[in-house]
Design a protein around this ligand. Structure first.
Ligand SMILES: [Zn+2]
Length: 282
């Protein structure tokens, strides 16, 4: 059965001058539509959902648009866009779907910028964290975005219900995730390491997780590891099929939340490959 895609065109309504712009999702949506995926529309997350992850003061500031940094503009109504993206992650968790929405989330911590990093890297609310907290199951968060999810690590550091695994490029933004810490397993990789090194590292990472303790898998699905993208590790479309195959082999309820990936058409083909690998399709 094909994974359903959670999408609302409302997420295309901001930031068309920024690298984290609408085309990165719009083009991907068009491609997934031609591939026959079914689409479902999200509702915004409630404040109650958000407060399971973020501090009230941060939410208040976000509402007022007081959270601009050099990477992350305070767009008009960004709180509404961010709530809808978080709500899409909630729906993806509920239906084991793929949230194809923006803004992304994994750099945002409890109170904004996380682990001493100075910006929130295009992120406003930590979508995957909001979904994992509400799902309230023992969860493996697998972050395959090319940047370390410093926000996600900060939120779940020391949480006995969650294991966080991240493969990411180093040295690179945000500069965190150099070593594993407790329940957060970090696998720094060099620029353009390529598919073979990547997959060997992923296999090693997954072998370190006590899967008997895992009830659900949440994938921070970033595609900026694609060769030539913002955090390139030299991966190709086919690499995402291989990654998906490994996620499917875990045999757990699984959902996916879009993070980075800055070339829309590429994101569409990469997401299709990831999901076909996951579903055991060629
Ligand atoms: Zn990224």
């Amino acid at each position: 059965m094909k994974t359903k895609i959670v999408f609302s065109e409302k997420c295309l309504g901001y930031g068309n001058w920024h690298i984290e712009g609408p085309l990165r999702v719009q083009k991907a949506q068009e491609i997934l539509q031609t591939k026959g995926y079914e689409f479902v529309k999200p509702e915004p997350a409630t404040e109650e959902n958000l407060l399971k992850v973020h501090e009230a003061e941060y939410i208040w500031n976000l509402k007022k648009g007081l959270v601009e940094d050099t990477d992350t503009p305070a767009y008009d109504n960004i709180y509404e866009f961010a709530k809808l993206s978080a709500g899409a992650a909630l729906l993806a968790a509920k239906i084991n779907g793929f949230s194809l929405m923006r803004p992304p989330g994994h750099h945002t911590g409890k109170n904004g910028a996380a682990l001493g990093v100075y910006t929130r890297g295009f992120c406003y609310l930590n979508n995957v964290a909001v979904a994992v907290k509400s799902l309230d199951k023992r969860t493996l968060i697998l972050d395959v975005d090319g940047h370390h999810g410093n926000g996600t690590q900060e939120i779940f550091q020391g949480d006995s219900k969650v294991t966080y695994v991240s493969l990411h490029r180093v040295p690179h933004y945000p500069g965190t995730g150099l070593v594993s810490e407790g329940n957060c397993l970090n696998f720094p990789l060099p620029f353009d390491c390529g598919e073979q090194v990547y997959l060997e590292t992923l296999d090693k990472a997954l072998s370190m997780v006590d899967l008997g303790e895992v009830e659900a898998v949440a994938v921070s699905a970033g595609f900026d590891t694609h060769k030539g993208d913002l955090a390139s590790l030299g991966l190709t479309e086919r690499s995402y099929w291989e990654i998906g195959k490994r996620i499917g082999a875990l045999n757990k309820r699984t959902f996916f939340v879009l993070e980075g990936g800055y070339k829309g058409e590429q994101n569409g083909h990469d997401a299709d490959n990831l999901l076909r690998g996951f579903e055991g399709e060629p």
